[in-house]
Design a binder for this molecule. Structure first.
Ligand code: KIV
Length: 275
C-alpha cells in the first residue's frame, strides 16, 4: 500500500503552462493553519519574506534569515496538499554568487520539501537564475518594486509611473523569463506597464499592485484579511478579522477576570468509582 497522498500537488511546470490561461490564484502563508485554508482555493502559496514584517514586526524584509524561511516553509508544506509552495529567498542568501544561491536554494528545497523558490531582481540576477534552473531549482522571479532593495531605493514607492522609466523594468522581466524562471512577480508598477510586461514575456506574470491583465494575482494574506494595521494602496481588504479577534480576546480576558471561564463544560470531573 502506498503511503503517499493521492492528491497531486501542482508543480512549477504546471504553473508555467498557465500563461495566458485561467488566472493563477496566489496568496502568502507562513503557518500550517492558514496554509490549510489557503490550499483549498489557491494554486500557489508563497512563503514570503514579508513574514519578517507581518510575523516578527520588522520595518523591512532585510533582517529575515534563511533559517526563518526554512522553518515557516516546512510548516506551510505540512499544512498544504495541493498548491505549489514557493519559498522566498531572503536578503543575503543568494546575491553574492551563483554558488551561494545554489547552496541556499538546495537547503530550502531539501529542508522544506517545497516546489520552488522566489528571488528578487531582474537583469542582475539573470545569470544566477539560469545557473539554478539548469541545476534543478525552479525559480519564480520578482521585478518592479523589490522590497529587499529598500536601503538603496529609499521607499516602497510604485515603479514605472513615467513612461521614461519603463525600459529597465521591462528589460528586467524579459531577462528573468529568458533565464528560465517559470513565472515572475510584478510588484507595484503602473497598470499599463504591468499589462505590457504580461503581453511581452513568455512566462506567467503574477501581479501585486500591477494590472488585472497579469496572468495571476497575489496578496499578503494578513493584509487582505484586515489584520495588518497599515496596507499599501493595492491591497483590497476581503475581511476585517482584526476587530473580531480583538473582541474575542477582550471577552476572554473579562471572563477570566470574573472567573466565568473555564465553565463546568470546560473542566474534567472525577471518574466515578467502579467504571
Ligand atoms: O514577501 C512577500 O510576501 C512577497 C509578495 C508580496 C509577492 O514577495
Amino acid at each position: 500500500m502506498s503511503t503517499q497522498s493521492d492528491i497531486k500537488r501542482l508543480t512549477a511546470p504546471d504553473i508555467r503552462a498557465r500563461k495566458g490561461g485561467d488566472p493563477i490564484v496566489c496568496l502568502t502563508s507562513y503557518h500550517a493553519h492558514t496554509a490549510r485554508l489557503v490550499d483549498k482555493y489557491c494554486d500557489v502559496i508563497l512563503v514570503g519574506d514579508s513574514l519578517g514584517m507581518v510575523m516578527h514586526g520588522f520595518e523591512t524584509t532585510v533582517p529575515v534569515t534563511l533559517d526563518m524561511m526554512i522553518l515557516q516553509g516546512h510548516a506551510v508544506m505540512r499544512g498544504s496538499q495541493r498548491a505549489l509552495v514557493v519559498v522566498d529567498m531572503p536578503f543575503g542568501s543568494y546575491e553574492q554568487s551563483k554558488e551561494q544561491a545554489f547552496a541556499s536554494c538546495a537547503r530550502v528545497l531539501k529542508e522544506t520539501l517545497c516546489g520552488a523558490v522566489k528571488l528578487e531582481g531582474g537583469r542582475r540576477m539573470a545569470e544566477t537564475i539560469a545557473f539554478l534552473v539548469e541545476r534543478g531549482v525552479p525559480v519564480m522571479g520578482h521585478v518592479g518594486l523589490t522590497p529587499q532593495s529598500i536601503n538603496t531605493i529609499g521607499s516602497f514607492r510604485a515603479q514605472g509611473r513615467e513612461e521614461d522609466d519603463w525600459a529597465p523594468i521591462e528589460a528586467d522581466a524579459k531577462a528573468v523569463a529568458d533565464a528560465g524562471a517559470f513565472s515572475v512577480v510584478v510588484e507595484a508598477v503602473a497598470e499599463p506597464l504591468g499589462r505590457r510586461i504580461t503581453e511581452q514575456v513568455a512566462i506567467p506574470t503574477i501581479g501585486i499592485g500591477a494590472s488585472p491583465a497579469c496572468d495571476g494575482q497575489i496578496l499578503v494574506l494578513e493584509d487582505m484579511l484586515g489584520l495588518s494595521p497599515r496596507v499599501p494602496k493595492f491591497v483590497k481588504r476581503y475581511g476585517q478579522l482584526g476587530p473580531g479577534i480583538e473582541a474575542a480576546i477582550s471577552d476572554y480576558a473579562k471572563e477570566v477576570r470574573a472567573r466565568a471561564f473555564p465553565g463546568p463544560e470546560h473542566t474534567y470531573p472525577m471518574r466515578s468509582k467502579g467504571r
